[in-house]
Design a protein around this ligand. Structure first.
Ligand code: PLP
Length: 457
C-alpha cells in the first residue's frame, strides 16, 4: 500500500495552531517508520510516542501522517521560544550560509563570545564571570565538575536523591535513578556521593532549613568539606519528578558551601531560560550559584550548552583543559543569540507564569475531588502532577503511564517522569496559544477520569 504524503508546511507560527487527527495515532506512515527504526536504530534508543514528527511550531507538532498534536513537552523542555521560531530559523540560515564550523579552538569567531557575554550578564549575581560552551547538558555538567576540581584541588562531588544530570559516565554516577539510566552500565566513577534532598510531598513536611541541615550533616560526616570540590543540584529536580525543595533548602546549602570552600553548582539545564517564570530558577530564592550549567532552552532547539560562573573559578583551568571539536558551534551560537533575544524581549517569563497558573489551577481543582492526585507542584511552565494510591499514598506509576498513553492517542504529547515513574509533567513551549494548552489539559483530565472509570469496573 502506498501512503499519500501530506503537504509539507513550514514550522513556526505558520502551522495552524490546532489539534487535528486525520488518522489513528500512530498513523500508517509513523507505523512504517517505526518498523524501519527497529531494523536500523539501536534498541536502547526508545521513543515516548510511536509518532514521527515532520514540522513543529507554536504549540503543535505535525506528524508524517498529517496529524497535528498539542505539544506539552517541548522536546523535553527545549523549545521554550517555540519550535522553528522564525528569528532562530533566520539566524541559523544566515550563519550556515557564512560558515557551519571552524572550531573555536582553531580559528575562533565572534558569536561564541557574544553568547558568553549574554550568559555572564543574564545568570544570577553581578560578580565577574566567564562562560565555556559545549554541546549537551551532560557535557556541561562534566565540565562544571572538572572546573570545580581544578579550582579547589579536591576530589569529591555530592549529588542528591532524585537527581538527574545526564547519561555520560560521570553524569550517570551523579544521576540517582537506576532504571533506565544506569542499570548495567557500571562501574561508575569514584568520589561521587549522594545526600538527601528536600521533597516536601514525601518527607513529612520537613522545613527547607531542616532538610538542608540533614543533608549537610550527611556530607560532613561521610565526606568532609576538606575533601569536597562541589555540590551539584537542580533548583527544581526535573527527571526526579519536578520536586521543588522547600523554601530555605537551596539558600542554606549554598551558604554552607560558600562558608566551607565548596563550589555550589546549580544545574539549570532543564529549569533555565524562562521555563520557571524567571530567567533562571535559582532567582526564585535569590540563590547565586558559583557555577551554573545550561543547555536545552538556550538555543531554540539547536544543540548548545554552557558552564557559566565566577571568573576566578572558571579561570582555574589551564589553557587547553576545556573545549571540544564542536563546543559552541557557530550555527548553534547564532540560534542562541536569537533565542536569548526572544527570552529577554518577548515576555516569555510572563508567558511561563500564565501557563503555570492555568495548569496548577486545572489540576489543583481536580485534586480536590480525586485522591489519586497526591500533589500538584512546580513553577511557571514546569508543573507536574504526582499520582498515588489513595489508600496508602504509594506511588502509582501505572496510572501515570495509562493517562499519558490515553492522552497520546488523543493527540496530546505529554511526558512522565519521577523516580517512581508516577508523575506526569507539563512542559509546553512558552509560545503555546492558551486555548490549545487548555484543550490539551482537558484531554489529560478526561483520560484521568476514564482510567478511573476503567479501574472501577
Ligand atoms: C537537569 C539536567 N541536567 C542534565 C541533563 C542532561 O542533558 P543532555 O540530555 O542535553 O545531556 C538533563 C537532561 O534532561 C537535565 O534535565
Amino acid at each position: 500500500m502506498t501512503i499519500a504524503e501530506p503537504t509539507l508546511t513550514a514550522g513556526g507560527p505558520a502551522l495552524p495552531q490546532e489539534r487535528r487527527l486525520v488518522t489513528d495515532i500512530p498513523g500508517p506512515r509513523s507505523v512504517a517508520l517505526m518498523e524501519r527504526k527497529h531494523g536500523a536504530v539501536a534498541g536502547g534508543v526508545s521513543t515516548t510516542m510511536p509518532v514521527y514528527a515532520r514540522a513543529a511550531g507554536g504549540g503543535v507538532v505535525v506528524d508524517v501522517d498529517g496529524n497535528s498534536l498539542i505539544d506539552l513537552g517541548s522536546g523535553i523542555a527545549v523549545t521554550g521560544v517555540g519550535n522553528a521560531h522564525p528569528r532562530v530559523v533566520e539566524a541559523v540560515a544566515a550563519q550556515a550560509a557564512l560558515s557551519t564550523h571552524t572550531c573555536f579552538m582553531v580559528t575562533p569567531y565572534e558569536g561564541y563570545i557574544t553568547v558568553a557575554e549574554a550568559l555572564n550578564r543574564l545568570t544570577p549575581g553581578d560578580h565577574a564571570k566567564r562562560s565555556a560552551l559545549f554541546n549537551s547538558g551532560a557535557e556541561a555538567v562534566e565540565n562544571a565538575v572538572k572546573i570545580a576540581r581544578a579550582h579547589t584541588g579536591k576530589p569529591a562531588v555530592v549529588a542528591f536523591d532524585h537527581a538527574y544530570h545526564g547519561r555520560t559516565n560521570l553524569t550517570m554516577a551523579l544521576t540517582a535513578k537506576s532504571m533506565p539510566y544506569k542499570r548495567g552500565f557500571g562501574p561508575f566513577v569514584s568520589e561521587v556521593y549522594r545526600a538527601p534532598v528536600s521533597y516536601p510531598f514525601r518527607d513529612g513536611g520537613m522545613t527547607g532549613t531542616d532538610a538542608a541541615r540533614a543533608a549537610i550533616s550527611r556530607i560532613e560526616t561521610q565526606i568532609g568539606a576538606d575533601q569536597l570540590a562541589a555540590v551539584i543540584i537542580e533548583p527544581i529536580l526535573g527527571e526526579g519528578g519536578f520536586i521543588v525543595p522547600a523554601e530555605g533548602f537551596l539558600p542554606t546549602l549554598a551558604a554552607w558551601a560558600r562558608d566551607n570552600g565548596v563550589v555550589f553548582i546549580a544545574d539549570e539545564v532543564q529549569t533555565g531560560f524562562a521555563r520557571t517564570g524567571r530567567m533562571f530558577a535559582c532567582e526564585h530564592e535569590g540563590v547565586v550559584p558559583d557555577l551554573i550549567t545550561t543547555a536545552k532552552g538556550i538555543a531554540g532547539g539547536m544543540p548548545l550548552a554552557a558552564v557559566t560562573g565566577r571568573a576566578e573559578i572558571m579561570d582555574a583551568v589551564h589553557a587547553g583543559g576545556l573545549g571540544g571539536t564542536y563546543g559552541g558551534n557557530p550555527v548553534a551560537c547564532a540560534a542562541a543569540l536569537a533565542a536569548i533575544d526572544a527570552f529577554e524581549n518577548d515576555g516569555l517569563c510572563e508567558a511561563a507564569e500564565r501557563i503555570g497558573e492555568i495548569v496548577t489551577r486545572r489540576f489543583g481543582e481536580l485534586a480536590a475531588s480525586d485522591p489519586r492526585i497526591g500533589d500538584v507542584r512546580g513553577r511557571g511552565a514546569m508543573i507536574a502532577v504526582e499520582f498515588v494510591r489513595p489508600e496508602t499514598g504509594e506511588p502509582d506509576a501505572e496510572l501515570a503511564r495509562r493517562v499519558a498513553a490515553a492522552a497520546h492517542t488523543q493527540g496530546v504529547i505529554v511526558l512522565t517522569c519521577g523516580t517512581y515513574g508516577n508523575v506526569i509533567r507539563f512542559l509546553p513551549p512558552l509560545s503555546i496559544p492558551l486555548e490549545l494548552l487548555v484543550e490539551g489539559l482537558d484531554i489529560v483530565a478526561t483520560a484521568l477520569r476514564d482510567v478511573h472509570t476503567d479501574s472501577a469496573r
